[in-house]
Ligand binder design. Structure first.
Ligand code: IMP
Length: 186
């Protein structure tokens, strides 16, 4: 998609380009490949935001991994977290004794992931790590949440693209951009 496409006008600016994303995702895939050498990790995609990152990332990991999907609700249509997390779609397979890597789009307050980690630990995963595309560390409300793999630390701004949405839009942007506040103040 050209960066001159109409939906790019809703961005204040591009924060991370598709080229920068591809490079980091490749590096992360290699790192996970080394860290999990000899293992068959279960890669868990947190829908919907992580879908684009997930499909790129798993293709950079040279291991016999398996995939599973979970959908949770945290935001609704607003740009602020509600603190209420609901499982909308659960994993298909049991994770007892498995090495699980949760793949998330963005860690903001950390409330969503903290909740998820608790649930998956209770289910007896033998190891559990988090891979996040973006991290807004400045907004963290769960200080002891450890995010094992992060592609980009970003400032406190509402971002869209590469799977991240505002009101289900902008997921198809190949780059990550800061959404112009006029869009959500309308
Ligand atoms: P947390 O529970 O506050 O960490 O929120 C995490 C979830 O909020 C993410 O998985 C996203 O779905 C959503 N989110 C947080 N910040 C943004 C953003 O800047 N753009 C789009 N979604 C976001």
């Amino acid at each position: 998609m050209e960066r001159t496409a109409d939906i790019y006008r809703d961005l204040e600016r591009i924060l991370v380009t598709r080229e920068e994303i591809a490079e980091k995702v490749r590096e992360l895939g290699q790192r996970i490949g080394q860290d999990y050498a000899g293992k068959n990790p279960v890669m868990v995609c947190i829908l919907k935001g992580a879908c684009v990152f997930f499909t790129d990332l798993i293709r950079e990991i040279p291991l016999p991994l398996t995939t599973d999907f979970m959908a949770i609700s945290s935001y609704g249509n607003a740009t602020k977290t509600s603190g209420v997390v609901r499982i909308l779609k659960d994993l298909d397979k049991d994770i007892l004794g498995k090495d699980v890597i949760i793949v998330e789009d963005i860690v903001d307050t950390g409330i969503t992931l903290n909740y998820l980690m608790k649930i998956l630990i209770q289910r007896g995963a033998s190891s559990l790590r988090i891979a996040a595309l973006l991290d807004k560390t400045a907004r963290r409300k769960v200080p002891d949440l450890h995010v094992d793999y992060v592609c980009f630390d970003i400032p406190d701004a509402f971002v869209v693209g590469y799977g991240l949405d505002y009101d289900q839009k902008y997921r198809n942007l190949p780059d990550i951009g800061i959404l112009s506040p006029r869009i959500y103040n309308e």
